[in-house]
Ligand binder design. Sequence first.
Ligand SMILES: *[C@@H]1O[C@H](CO)[C@@H](O)[C@H](O)[C@H]1NC(C)=O
Ligand SMILES: *[C@@H]1O[C@H](CO)[C@@H](O)[C@H](O)[C@H]1NC(C)=O
Length: 215
Amino acid sequence: MKTYCMLSWLLVLISCQSTISFKIDDSDEVGSENTFLYFAYGSNLLAKRIHIKNPSAKFFSIAQLPNYRLDFENINNSYWNGAAATIVEESDSVVWGALWTLDVKDIPHLDEQEGVNVGLYRVRNVSVHTPDGNTLTARTYQITVDPPKVQVKDMPLERQPSNTYMEVIVRGAFECLLPMKYIGYLVTFPTNGKLARSDVLQLLGSPFTEEAEET
Ligand SMILES: *[C@@H]1O[C@H](CO)[C@@H](O)[C@H](O)[C@H]1NC(C)=O
Ligand SMILES: *[C@@H]1O[C@H](CO)[C@@H](O)[C@H](O)[C@H]1NC(C)=O
């Protein structure tokens, strides 16, 4: 089982390396009054995923959020069929993510995607650092109830993300070129063996649809 897991991640890694596209956005849109910065650390690391509901999103930079840890919590999520990612305050931890610039008109779409109106996530303004030394304020989302800290390897089943969700995160992390050490940490989280709902797989397209056909 363990060997199988490692092999699957290796395949993800190889296919990411071969399909990776570098899309650095040079337009100076930060600070424009019609756009805002969004810090994504979960499924919205993947361009294809964020563009489903937020077509205006443009990749800006990777960034790190200090004094938070990445965690997962059960929110009875039938979309992904597993736990959802969140950030929890913790000194000396960091969460890496992607900064996207979005049109202000996408705020309601992003809020809806994060279930703000139904109390799943809340909006946070966080201060993040980019590798070129800038500190920027960005909008992000946090599950309204902080999950208790457990060792990653002891994550209870109901707090494990689905295979699809984790694969979206890891593929997104490769696409954005998050630090390898952090990607290595991401893949230590156990997954629950489930795929996302079939319409979600369809929205994500290749390779997620093919993986569903194989099972
Ligand atoms: C998830 O559903 C279960 C069973 O319906 C319920 O007891 C639990 O409170 C729900 N959890 C959340 C986070 O909504
Ligand atoms: C985040 O910052 C924006 C812009 O300054 C502000 O309008 C908004 O109320 C802030 N949101 C939160 C949750 O602090």
